[in-house]
Design a protein around this ligand. Sequence first.
Ligand SMILES: [Zn+2]
Length: 296
Amino acid sequence: MPELPEVEVAARALRRWTEGRTVASAEAEPSRIFRGADARGFTALRGKVASISRRGKYLMVAFEDGRGFVGHLGMTGKWVRRPGGHPEPYSKARLRLDSGEVLHYRDPRMFGRIEPAPAGALSRVPAVAALGVDPLVDGLDAARLKAALSDTSMDLKVALMDQSRVAGLGNIYAAEALYRARLHPARKPASLSDAEWKVLSGAIHAALEFALAQEDGDEIAYVEEPGAPNPFLVYGRKGERCPACDTAFASFTQGGRTTWYCPGCQPLRPVKPARKAKKAAAPARKTPTRAKRRTS
Ligand SMILES: [Zn+2]
């Protein structure tokens, strides 16, 4: 499922493909991807693209004549470039370039979305305006991350996936970042120390940058697609051994989604900060408990 890096790759590809080109015509069948909006707002698109930007998992495409659209790739949406006359299965909307090439928006499951909107108002489309801090667009450091997450009692991973807090992370990159940060997905944000916020913000950037470094080609493959490789450290790796501690990766259901983690590297009990708060708890018992968890 496309998350921030996959949408960023789509934005970069669309910029490359439209640079120096003119959109000669646009076509679309009325379909669920328009969510009731008039597809004619898309088929009226013509001329030069002024800018293509991304916020969270949303693409914003502005044309020089003041038209534009917001796009979301949903679960299986993808922009692909094809020669003219090349049939593209699941093509739901198309931009025909003056070169004869066609940019297809293909989406077999149609959870994606295209919302025509004036170029000057793309960032005010409600779904975009509701987004929280974008790690690449806005920058994300420990202080911003803590400010975005620490007022919720949600589990840390569920909070990371809340688009109104941090924009762009989904099931894959939230799990990857938490594994890199050695934080259990069910930790409560309020329990994190300043040092842990710093490690987590760095881990989010590392997970995103790792993915962006992998995706340089013209056409992206999503990890859920049949035969697609799994480049991730922990996502989808239940039962495999953690290269850091040799514990078998485990999974559980959290917020309705499968979460992967390493029980060895990501203990649920915070290692440092809870001690002071719970002076009465027998500290002698903590060490053996943790040791037992590590070796089991
Ligand atoms: Zn481990």
